[in-house]
Design a protein around this ligand. Structure first.
Ligand code: BES
Ligand code: MN
Ligand code: ZN
Length: 508
């Protein structure tokens, strides 16, 4: 991953490929943000005018490249838009810094080193810039033939080194903020890698192997239930979904424990390594990106490892419900009835509503330990994408205060989410004449129907929330801010924040 340091160097003295500065959108045009005073001086205080001449406005995400002034060791200045200038003495919002740093890092792909001279009011701002830069510098080039005969045609590789200027390298709070950023983003970027890895190389077994290796490295206990253990344990949901695939399913349990922990969180992730729809096959146009259907499991995995690496005083158990949803002669048919791990029976009316089936078993397994709260994360429904769009995940649950706390935690780390209801009247749509319930209900409100299905498999009295990340998990459009094309790492930062808040007893 991109290296990151807090540097005491001034902008002119730094040996680097570029210096990054911030530009706000002022009432009368672009305004050079704090942190770039020395740079502006080198232009005799006329930098804002120079940028305006070049067409810059300070709009969020805007990148303007200018030759660096005489006397600078770096040849290039990258001015990045921060959006509307804040009122009075208030600094820029952390999310504006994150996005600007991300856009700048993306614009510098292929460069060796850049100095970031963005406005920093405190250590938290330094953390935000570090996060944005490391998130924006992400590149997935595992499958590009770099360095071979195609050199130059392929990805340029990420910006290799970021030096944060204007921070306080000897200040404990600054150091902690950038270290936290590097840890969280390191794991988040690994989640992106897993999502981007093609499904022929990441089947349930391969994913479980990655989790086992990471567990060993970071002192997390990992237990893997293979297809035999799943059959013995009666995990009919996970087995039913995996039945059509040549690659058998897995249930992975990751246990991070801290000796002084007072609370126990369980995170449950949907890990469909490829969702073809099964016998209810998805049509062309709906299956090309379905390698992303394990994004929930990837987020849970990343969050548990990050919690361990941060040494948070909270026990976090991650459950990865891994299966490949394929059609074949052994696949579950529409009309089949599955006996779930909880003992309930489910009539499978549509094999493409598979996420809720694997999650049901994992939620019930998680419930057996009676954690203080369970949060599941899943690319669960197209309906949630229709409702909230591509950048916002839906939050449902059985406890309004907990649901609100999750939305707040997400907001505080720069993730967009929205509370969604679980209307009771939608439950009867899943009544089945044959089994305890069906895996489908009314079409209208499909995201909420899926949430109501999951609720049936949460242990009595356990606080639970469900994050439907089908929209933001995978970016099919162009990159923006710190968000790349492809896997985004959606919900990782929210899950880490939730663990931090639980550890410190500050969950509001
Ligand atoms: N993995 C899909 C949901 C999805 C859609 C994720 C778009 C990411 C982007 C899920 O398994 C699915 O197929 N859901 C069905 C449920 C329906 C059959 C009740 C859906 O949303 O159409
Ligand atoms: Mn599906
Ligand atoms: Zn799916």
């Amino acid at each position: 991953m991109t290296a990151l340091t807090l540097s005491t160097s001034g902008a002119s003295a730094l040996r680097a490929d570029a210096i990054v500065i911030g530009v706000g959108k002022g009432a009368k045009g672009p305004v050079v943000a704090a942190g770039a005073e020395a740079v502006d001086q080198a232009y005799d205080g006329r930098l804002a005018g120079v940028l305006e001449t070049l067409g810059a406005s300070g709009a969020e995400g805007e990148v303007t490249k200018v030759p660096a002034p005489a006397g600078f060791k770096a040849p290039l200045l990258v001015a990045v838009g921060l959006g509307a200038e804040p009122d009075g003495d208030a600094g820029y919002r952390a999310e504006a810094l994150r996005r600007a740093a991300g856009a700048a890092a993306r614009a510098l792909a292929g460069a060796k080193k850049a100095g970031f001279a963005l406005p920093l009011s405190d250590a938290a701002d330094a953390g935000a810039v570090a996060e944005g830069a490391l998130l924006g510098a992400y590149a997935f080039d595992t499958y590009k033939a770099n360095g071979k005969d195609t050199k130059g045609k392929n990805g340029k590789g990420p910006l290799a080194e970021v030096a944060l200027l204007g921070g306080k390298p000897r200040d404990k709070a600054y150091k902690a903020a950038v270290e936290r950023a590097a840890t969280v983003v390191g794991e988040l970027n690994r989640a992106r890698d897993l999502v981007n890895t093609p499904p022929n190389d990441l089947d349930p077994e391969a994913f479980a192997a990655v989790a086992s290796a990471a567990g060993k490295e970071h002192g997390i206990k990992v237990q893997v239930l293979d297809e035999k253990a799943l059959a013995k344990g009666g995990y009919g949901g996970i087995l039913g979904v995996g039945a059509g695939s040549a690659a058998p399913p897995r249930l992975v349990k990751l246990s991070y424990t801290h000796p002084e922990a007072a609370m126990h969180l369980a995170y449950v992730g949907k890990g469909i390594t490829y969702d073809s729809g099964g016998i209810s096959l998805k049509p062309a146009g709906h299956n090309e990106t379905m390698k992303c259907d394990m994004s929930g499991a990837a987020a849970v995995f990343a969050a548990v490892v990050a919690a361990a690496r941060l040494g948070l005083k909270v026990n976090v158990t991650g459950w990865l419900a891994l299966a490949e949803n394929m059609p074949s002669g052994t696949a579950t048919r529409p009309g089949d009835v599955l006996r779930m791990y909880s003992g309930k029976t489910v009539e499978v009316l549509n094999t493409d509503a598979e996420g809720r089936l694997v999650l049901a078993d994992a939620l019930w397994a998680a419930s057996q330990e009676k954690p203080d709260a369970i949060v599941d994360v899943a690319t669960l429904t197209g309906a949630m994408v229709l409702a909230l769009g591509n950048r916002t995940f839906g939050v449902m649950g059985n406890d309004e205060a907990f649901r609100a706390a999750i939305v707040d935690a997400a907001e505080s780390v720069g993730e967009a989410s929205w509370p969604m209801p679980l209307p009771e009247h939608l439950r009867k749509g899943m009544d089945s004449p044959t089994a305890d319930l069906a895996n489908m209900g009314e079409r209208m409100g499909g995201g909420l129907v899926a949430g109501l299905f999951l609720r049936e498999f949460v242990g009595e009295g356990i606080t639970w929330a469900h994050l439907d990340i089908a929209g933001p998990a995978f970016n099919e459009g162009g990159p923006f801010g710190y968000t790349p094309k492809g896997g985004t790492g959606s919900s990782v930062r929210t899950l880490v924040r939730l663990a931090e808040l639980t550890a410190s007893g500050d969950l509001g």
